[in-house]
Design a protein around this ligand. Structure first.
Ligand code: ZN
Length: 1007
């Protein structure tokens, strides 16, 4: 193998290419987007790419390529503008469409990669017939670094309606670390004696990285067919979106082959993918609704085949279920799903026909029996498969609408799993999404789903967890109010009408309007688009107040939900309103079926309050928002809450689990923001002390009570009354063995949490754990330890000594342990309250012998952030070692998530100031959205504590000072001072230039 590759090669090329800013006349886009320097003009549309790629992924990594792009001309132009973050070596434009001789492209690329660029250029002048030179109408090529565009200036104007062919020979980079564009990963060696680990080459082109791999029209709406030829070492397997159809040897080097893949259907560039690796596959298949047999291959290392069990079982069924639902067959002849060793944390990309994911999202260890873990695992698989329709078959016109496909893919996680694996209990995911969306929206800083994006970094910011969660619950609401039948028919029509095209939410709303009118679920005067505008173009959500009027009618009123403890609510206008579908049932005739979720009445921006007829018996409970179908919270009058609490105590199963979770979440949230006194939530969760309740419902209450406890503990608030209420609630939500309710909850199980440091309980767990270490446990104890692995380990490591700690430390290094087990051990180790152990765990990442994977670092830091004894250390660690962690993770979004995680429990002014300083320093890197989120979260925490203190002080003062007004005033003044300081800090943020791009007030209520 001869490699001629050096810095000087690049220099020679740089001379040949002009870097300049060129002004090109741009016509407006058909999708109504603003004319932006970052968008391509639509004078030219691509039809087909003939792409030849030669990635060298071992030594001197480099990517050599050639592309023929067939285009058609829509309007006269004398320049071709496309995307390209590559170095063009030679560019030509021909006005013909002769059959392409792929051999010439292969030869050129081969020479360039293995003999050097100059050799390739030489051969170009030797091989090219003179006559073709005359036909070339390209005059010069320019690269614009800011817009990542390549501009080819032409000798003549292109003729409208005519076809042209652009040919570009180019050099590009193999990305070594960021996992974008064409990148390589290498699995870390667990055993140094083992064979050399080869590199794996793969691609990640969403959102705007296709341009790093080949010059192309890199916007989702520019769809074209792609025919890929990929050169690689013959010992490696190459896969792409389509099956391969031929293979020929390279001329220049031995043992390398060109693999050619079948032509794709028309598709967006960001969905192109290829993987070259030594991985192997397990094959299965299913029968598509149009009678074709679709091959499914799941790829991993051979020794991990057993971990593919769950995916192997689920994938064909998921495909069948989605085809049945949509009535539209999967388009491609095969689907490959690849788990990349050494790839990013919990990441997956839905490339058409070739889903590329991290190991943790495709491999499921057989010992993993946590249903929640299984559910989360399964939803990722459904999500990526659902994208084969949402996104791949029909694509969003532009990235502003990305929430649309993400929301639908997320919605179908639930729909599909409820059908094929109800035992996974994915209701829990619905609740998590609701809580995440509502919590984020309560902070009142989230930007509307539909906000426009143009700048490249902000496109990446659109892919945040909040947008996925909110979009999915918004779709859940749409599906409920138009009804299942109309939703299903609407999707079928949508796919039929827009397949192989680009569409946006407006197109879908129009179809749904027609379908729901046909199904009589929506009156002729209502339009889904108009309804949804109020949900997607403004942030926040409504609170529905349900009151009984003296005449027996029920008064329903919407107001924006406002957290008065949140300083940002000052910016919020109370005139914001939504189209709110009200579904409702009552104690006289409780109904929760799909049909019952069709709204009985709508609250609208014009009519925000209505009275409707109530049940004849005025003493029965009323429940609004059936099965968590609407994106809003509900508050009842005191009688309303009391009647619901009584029902839960009498027989909680009359109300479905999702609604029970919702009632608990709503009541606590309303108490946190002081709309209701905590007595109401104490009463509502009373039933938990006696009832067998689903874990996910119980965990909603546990989360809220934990929040109150943590706030009180962190800030040393001594509110005896609240303290007493928390104690009562604790006995309801997590009964210990001493309480009477013990018999009803998890009967026969061991209390593995040891609440309130119950010494007896702790001793028993430590005994069990030591028996486990010494291998002296009985089979029953062994199965108990396995079942409650995380809880038992956590308790043992929190209360145990050096013995327990060093056992865990060594176990976490055991190379034969599965990732899932390691993850649990590290999580448990983060339960320690010992400062030196916390520090040891934090510095684990620096130990070369351990070679800690980013996923392990992430688990450690996220877990420590939830441990009150370790939280502050974890936060300081992240800030202090930011540069190191950045290199370690090589993933900016992960770094942002990490920062959010380690700061979100901060609740003192001092911490807020420190975090603020750090954020200011990293403003450019982090982006305004995440800075807003962090500051607002901490401010809200601080505010809540201050409010609690004020509340407490007020009552104490009244008691203490009696009529001494001067003392009363002094004390009130000191409380107010803190409050004002917080305000100043808030306002200063703009001055400090941290929120220049996205002023908080600016996107609340767009006109
Ligand atoms: Zn997605």
């Amino acid at each position: 193998m001869s490699v001629a590759w050096s810095q000087s090669t690049w220099k020679v090329l740089l001379i040949a290419v002009y870097f300049a800013k060129i002004v090109v006349t741009k016509t407006a886009h058909g999708d109504g987007e603003n004319q932006s320097p970052f968008r391509l003009p639509d004078a030219i549309s691509p039809i087909h790419y003939q792409l030849t790629l030669l990635p060298v992924i071992e030594e001197n990594p480099r990517l050599c390529g050639h592309v023929w792009i067939d285009v058609t001309v829509n309007s006269p132009t004398n320049a071709i503008v496309l995307h390209g973050q590559v170095l063009p070596v030679e560019s030509v434009v021909y006005a013909d469409s002769e059959v392409i001789d792929n051999e010439v492209s292969r030869m050129l690329v081969e020479r360039m990669c293995f003999s050097g660029v100059l050799d390739a250029l030489d051969s170009l002048s030797d091989d090219k017939p003179k006559s073709r030179d005359d036909k070339d109408i390209a005059q010069s090529v320019h690269l614009d670094e800011d817009s990542e565009q390549m501009i080819i200036i032409l000798k003549e104007e292109l003729i409208v309606g005519a076809f042209y062919r652009i040919g570009i020979l180019y050099l590009a980079e193999i990305n070594d670390g960021d996992n974008i564009g064409f990148f390589r990963v290498q699995k870390k060696q667990e055993d140094n004696n083992c064979c050399r680990q080869r590199w794996i080459g793969s691609t990640q082109l969403e959102a705007t990285h296709a341009r790093k791999v080949f010059p192309c029209f890199d916007e989702p709406a520019f769809k074209a067919t792609i025919e890929l030829t990929l050169g690689h070492d013959s010992k490696l397997r190459a896969i792409s979106n389509m099956p391969s159809n031929s293979s020929t040897s390279l001329k220049t080097v031995d043992d390398w082959v060109w693999t050619t893949f079948e032509k794709t259907p028309v598709m967006s560039t960001y969905l192109l993918a290829c993987v070259i690796s030594e991985l192997e596959y397990l094959e299965t298949s299913y029968l598509s609704i149009n009678g074709r047999n679709i091959t499914i291959r799941l790829w991993t290392e051979k020794q991990k085949f057993s971990q593919l069990d769950l995916a192997y079982r689920l994938v064909p069924t998921i495909m069948e279920t989605l085809e049945d639902y949509f009535g539209i067959p999967y388009t491609l002849p095969k689907l490959d799903m690849v788990s990349l060793p050494g790839y990013d944390l919990a990441r997956a990309m839905e490339n058409w026909g070739l889903i590329v994911q991290s190991e943790s999202t495709l491999l499921q260890e057989s010992d993993a029996n946590d249903p929640m873990e299984k559910a989360i695992f399964a939803i990722t698989i459904v999500h990526e498969i659902a994208h084969q329709w949402f996104g791949n078959l029909v694509t969003s016109r532009w990235w502003s609408d990305i929430w649309f496909n993400e929301g639908l893919a997320t919605l179908f996680e639930n729909i599909v799993l409820n059908e094929i694996a109800p035992e996974l209990g994915v209701d829990v995911i619905t609740v998590l999404f609701f809580q995440q969306a509502l919590f984020h929206d309560t902070l009142n800083l989230s930007i509307p789903l539909n906000y426009p994006v143009e700048l490249l970094p902000t496109i990446e910011h659109k892919f945040d967890g909040f947008a996925y969660a909110k979009a999915s619950v918004i779709f859940r609401m749409v599906k409920s109010f138009v009804g299942d039948e109309a939703f299903k028919n609407g999707l079928h029509r949508y796919f039929n009408q827009f397949q192989f095209k680009a569409a946006n939410s407006t197109d879908f709303w129009a179809i749904l309007t027609q379908e729901s009118r046909r199904a009589c679920t929506l009156s002729p005067r209502k339009h889904v688009g108009r309804i949804m505008k109020t949900w997607t173009e403004q942030s926040g959500y409504p609170l529905i107040q349900v009151d009984r009027n003296p005449n027996g009618t029920i008064q329903l009123t919407q107001t924006p939900f406002i957290d008065s403890s949140n300083p940002l609510t000052d910016n919020f206008t109370e005139t914001v309103a939504w189209w709110v579908p009200i579904s409702m049932t009552n104690g006289a005739d409780p109904k929760f079926s799909l049909d019952d979720r069709i709204p009985v009445v709508w609250l609208t921006p014009k009519v925000p309050s209505v009275a409707i007829k109530g049940p004849d018996d005025t003493n029965v409970w009323i429940l609004v928002n059936l099965q968590y179908s609407g994106y809003y919270r509900v508050n009842y009058d005191r009688l309303g809450w009391e009647l619901l609490s009584e029902q839960l105590i009498r027989d909680h199963t009359v109300i479905p689990p999702l609604n029970r979770a919702q009632l608990i979440d709503d009541v606590f949230t309303l108490c946190h923001v002081k709309t209701l006194p905590y007595e109401v939530s104490v009463r509502l969760v009373e039933y938990l002390g006696r009832a067998e309740e689903e874990n996910f419902v119980r965990s909603v209450a546990v989360g809220h009570v934990g929040r109150i406890k943590q706030m009180m503990a962190l800030q040393g608030i001594h509110d005896e009354k609240l303290d007493a209420m928390v104690k009562v609630m604790m006995t309801y939500i997590v009964p210990t063995q001493n309480t009477e309710s013990r018999n009803h909850y998890n009967s026969g199980q061991l209390d593995v949490h040891c609440h309130n440091d119950d010494k007896l309980c702790v001793d028993r767990i430590l005994d069990l754990f030591r028996g486990y270490i010494n291998d002296t446990v009985t089979p029953a104890q062994s199965s108990l330890t396995k079942k409650h692995f995380e809880d038992i380990w956590c308790t043992a490591l929190r209360y145990g000594g050096p013995l327990e700690w060093s056992y865990a430390w060594n176990s976490s290094r055991d190379s034969s342990a599965t990732l899932s087990k390691k993850r649990k051990i590290l999580k448990a180790m983060a339960c320690t309250t010992d400062t030196s152990r916390i520090k040891q765990l934090l510095s684990r990442v620096f130990l070369p012998k351990i070679n800690q994977e980013p996923i392990e670092t992430s688990i450690i830091l996220n877990s420590l952030a939830e441990n009150p004894s370790a939280r502050l250390l974890a936060m300081k660690f992240v800030m202090l070692n930011w540069a190191f962690l950045n290199k370690h993770f090589r993933n900016p979004p992960r770094m942002r998530d990490l920062l959010v995680a380690v700061t979100r429990r901060s609740s003192s002014l001092n911490e807020l100031e420190k975090v603020n300083e750090f954020l200011e320093d990293k403003a450019n890197e982090l982006g305004p959205a995440v800075i807003d989120l962090i500051v607002a979260t901490i401010s809200s925490n601080v505010r809540q504590i201050e409010l609690q203190k004020i509340h407490l002080k007020y009552h104490t003062l009244i008691g203490e000072t009696g009529n001494d007004l001067t003392r009363l005033e002094e004390n009130v003044a000191s409380v107010l001072q803190t409050s004002q300081l917080l305000n100043c800090l808030e306002n200063d943020r703009n001055v400090a230039g941290m929120i220049v791009l996205l002023p908080i007030g600016g996107h609340k209520t767009p006109k």
